[in-house]
Design a protein around this ligand. Sequence first.
Ligand SMILES: C[S@@+](CC[C@H](N)C(=O)[O-])C[C@H]1O[C@@H](n2cnc3c(N)ncnc32)[C@H](O)[C@@H]1O
Length: 608
Amino acid sequence: MQLPAGLPVALPALTSTLPLRPPLNACQALEVQQHAAICPAYSYPFLWTEDESGGVLGGLGLNLNLNWHRLPDPVLAYLVLKQKLEERERQAELAGAEEVSESRDPGHLARSGTVPVTESLNDSEDGSSVSLEEGTHSQAKEEPRRSTHSGSESESKSPWTEPPGPGSSCRRAARGVPSQSEHCVFTHTAFNNRLGLALVTTRETVRMLAAQPPLNGVNTSSSSAQPQPGLHGSATNQGGSSGSGGGGGGADALYTAKEIPGKGLGLVATRPIRAGTKIMDARPAVMVDDEAWRGMRRAELQVLVGMAVGGLSEGLKKEFVSLDSSGSDDTGSGQNGSGSDGGGKGMENGQGRREYGVMVTNAFRVTVKFAAGGHDNGDGVVHVRGGVGGKVKEKDFHAVFPEVSRLNHDCAPNLGYYFDSATLSQKVYAVRDILPGEELTVSYVDVIQPRSIRQSRLHSGWSFACTCPRCTLEPHLLAESDDRVAQMQQLRRELDDYSSTSTAATPERAELLVILYELEHLHVRIYEAYYRAALEWNGVGDAARAAKYARLCLDKGLLLRGEDRPFVKSMRELLKDAKAHWSWRFRVKKRQRESEAEGGSREGDTNR
Ligand SMILES: C[S@@+](CC[C@H](N)C(=O)[O-])C[C@H]1O[C@@H](n2cnc3c(N)ncnc32)[C@H](O)[C@@H]1O
């Protein structure tokens, strides 16, 4: 069954009143359709996000007093839920209510090759967002302009351009998207020390983006440095770029690009790197609206991507087309060689096939959160939440960060990353100590999956067979590893069941989960286990142990997800006052209530 397009990558926050996760162990036995579940045992519907193999990453539930039994169709349920949420948003706004708070979410950051992938934590994407600063509103309403300006001074200073030729840089998304809106190519020439940023999106979205701090000035360079396209993660240069936080060229570079047997180019540590070191703070070169990505015919999208790349600075253009495009089934590489004559006009040369191939192989799915006081013309999948003094919105894009693009995959990677919407940058951190000579890696797929699933995702998304240490264990060790993964999945289901019928979740089970993450060397996700352990200990009223895990969760989680996450807020609140946290003794209270109820009903039986 098809759900409406744009189904929640992140829906508006729903769980302010419910620290609940989808009790899928209850729902699975009943009826689960894609992102919506019919769970007669519960009085509210659920929507959730999934990783690419169908693992549940996070869910949203809301007691809307819907008669769920009358909504046996997930599509209908989704629409009704959405409508209810919108109503609630409007009411909250009218009441001048504070932004709806959030207790959990699926932290996701997806590399969006053929198979978009999501990493998880029960912590929704829609945390508090970048708020628009005073004085930027007028710019928010300013139309992006063509490159030839002749008007006022402010016009001539605009960094926004559209390729010439009315309509030539626009196409309509046609398939499965709500609005079939027109998407165009826009270029911000000043972005990232004038290396540029090209966007394929709607006019409305670019108007809102233009008000974002990283894009709202003419000169958006983070330093006074001159443009340095050659340092932007170029394979031939030592790592780092003008936007880099830790690589940089020269003697103190953390890494260098090298040919890695069987993998093409990769990045290799040139000196010891401590866990927690920032490796990159990379800016995107091209961002394609998720609606265009999913809804536009491929040939049309190719043309727009080709044009988008054509609008970048010469250096960045060259760098972009030199990136790997092997994840695409048709890269045009035979025809285009290094692509568009080393960075030429994608349209004229292979209709952007090469550029599109690079996009498919290297793009990450990212969520831009932005605030805008302006109107919403219903253009695209914009998730709206009530906020103070305006609407907070977010939108998904597929973004290529050339510097990050040379990182190869490993199923137990030594780096983690997250997209920082406030700076439009991909932040990459070491999740464990790394020795000189070690390859720097990230994961392209959900690593909490058995080897066969990881392999099949990698194959369908990027056409390679993974030979990482976790994938090449001796058969008996591999079986152990797969067993651990199955146990992790089971434990997560148990621990994520906050319903009153849950009996399996205990702090000991949560600590077992921590151990399993450690045994699988999944440093990149271990904060998830710490989070659950903190909640479970608090859930039985052990504030000291809860605080220990909350600290560990913050220590790792901040590196891997950033500050702007509900789980971070939740752990901070727990540390501040465990007894005031929603989870305080929640397991004990529930069990007490249950046994009281049981006792009562037994008494009733006896009396009868
Ligand atoms: C984002 S690029 C990574 C950098 C790429 N190696 C390069 O030369 O630019 C993704 C591509 O790298 C290759 N790759 C990444 N990880 C790999 C791995 N673990 N084993 C083999 N190939 C890998 C695949 O060809 C994949 O499509």
